[in-house]
Design a protein around this ligand. Structure first.
Ligand SMILES: Nc1ncnc2c1ncn2[C@@H]1O[C@H](COP(=O)(O)OP(=O)(O)O)[C@@H](O)[C@H]1O
Ligand SMILES: [Mg+2]
Length: 396
């Protein structure tokens, strides 16, 4: 698990150290830096997957000479499958000091620290590495044992999902890409591979534990997904099927009504929210221990009760060993997380809250804590206080 993320001269953050937990909520005003945090992790993973991120330190003599030859073709890959951040000019923090035009990203996984510093190249979308910090694997070093895994953060190679705020909408068909959906188990940043993933893994069992929905007709992924979707729309069932003769798959819904099951309905005829949230449901339900799941606005297009239930689902994925980091604007998601703590689904220590607010020159972060009763120890101005503010005016 990533316990800490450190950002230096990266977008809105001049210097920030963010503790992360099994379940982390990123909240705050629009344009306050929440997505940038998720993007920094995606940037590292994307750079690693494309082979662009060096996993060995610079030899000392290279350092002394101020050269970076052994990592000359390595760096932060700003534009790729997970994120498109532009060029160096876009990501270097605007108020950087001239003698320090470099961008640093670092993660701590338990006692292991990994850091990368890249040079600022305004026009480039591969920012060359200047420095790499890795756990000490030398003899006598108390860090990870030597070997290829020693210098690789677990989140580079473990199961990973990243769902953007802008996800799939109802459609007649979705892509059938075996390599991405089945080979890599990746749902796509818009969740575009979810239907194919679900079609292939429909009969996989959801393990015993909080993720298993008690009202599902079976422990199979397809029925479990339907049961969690039933929290948004009671009685719904889902089908994900190949479309013969094409490289596409289709999604359909059925409903249990008073007169039995309805006929199948296509996504465009059952409302937007169901399909929009399907990738979130599948990402959480299929999360394996050690997975990293980054979610932007899981509440989008859901009614309030559904938003709370999505928080329960995310908390359950965290309880079963995944690390979930989600950006949200929803007090229902926050309250769903608080309830999950109160119900013992997750412990207070597993929940981390960050509230981002601009301070004129960049982002400032306040981190309220949740206690075992689900109570929050501080409510900074702007932190989910709008309901109260509006009610005050209504009753005045
Ligand atoms: N290079 C940069 N230097 C300083 N601030 C930046 C830079 N790039 C983006 N920002 C700031 O970051 C904020 C956007 O962050 P983002 O994570 O997209 O917001 P949100 O909280 O809505 O997800 C904006 O306030 C923007 O001005
Ligand atoms: Mg955002």
């Amino acid at each position: 698990m990533i316990d800490r993320l450190t950002l230096h001269n990266y977008k809105a953050f001049q210097n920030a150290e963010l503790p992360l937990g099994p379940l982390t909520l990123l909240t705050g005003l629009n344009s306050s830096g929440k997505s940038s945090v998720l993007q920094s992790l995606a940037l590292l993973r994307q750079s690693y997957e494309s082979g662009d991120l060096a996993l060995s330190a610079l030899p000392d003599e290279e350092h002394r000479a101020g050269r970076r030859t052994n990592v000359a073709d390595k760096g932060f890959l700003l534009n790729g499958e997970l994120v498109g951040l532009g060029t160096g000019e876009d990501i270097l923090h605007e108020d950087f000091s001239e003698d320090e035009a470099r961008i640093g990203l670092a993660v701590d996984e338990g006692p292991y620290h990994y850091g990368w510093t890249a040079a600022y190249e305004p026009e480039q979308n591969l920012l060359p590495l200047l420095d790499v910090e890795l756990p000490d694997t030398s003899e006598g070093g108390r860090e990870r044992p030597a070997g290829p895994e020693a210098v690789t953060p677990a989140f580079f190679t473990g199961p990973f999902q990243y769902l953007h705020a802008d996800r799939i909408s109802p459609a007649e068909f979705y892509p059938r890409d075996h390599q991405v959906a089945i080979g890599r188990g990746f749902l796509g940043v818009r969740g575009e591979h979810t239907v194919n993933f679900l079609r292939h893994h429909r009969d996989d069992a959801v393990p015993t534990g909080p993720l298993r929905h008690p009202k599902a007709t079976s422990d199979l992924l397809i029925d479990q997904a339907a049961a969690w979707m039933g929290e948004l729309c009671p009685g719904v069932d889902i089908r994900a099927e190949a479309i013969k003769g094409t490289d596409a798959v289709s999604l359909s819904y059925g409903f249990q009504g008073a007169l039995g099951a309805t006929k199948r309905r296509r996504p465009s005829n059952v409302g937007f929210g169901l399909t929009y949230v399907l990738p979130i449901v599948v990402a959480c339900l299929s999360a394996q221990p050690g997975a990293l799941i980054l979610l932007e606005n899981p509440e989008a297009h859901l009614h309030p009760q559904g938003q709370t239930r999505m928080a329960t689902l995310a908390a359950s994925a965290a309880a079963q060993g995944a690390q979930v980091i989600m950006e949200t604007h929803s007090d229902h998601v926050l309250n769903g997380v608080r309830l999950a703590v109160k119900q013992g689904r997750v412990t207070p220590a597993q929940v981390v809250l960050h509230y981002f607010r601009g301070n004129g020159t960049g982002a400032e972060v306040v981190s309220p804590r949740v206690n075992a009763d689900g109570r929050i120890d501080q409510w900074p101005t702007g932190f989910f206080d709008e309901l109260e503010n509006t009610l005050d005016q209504l009753i005045a």
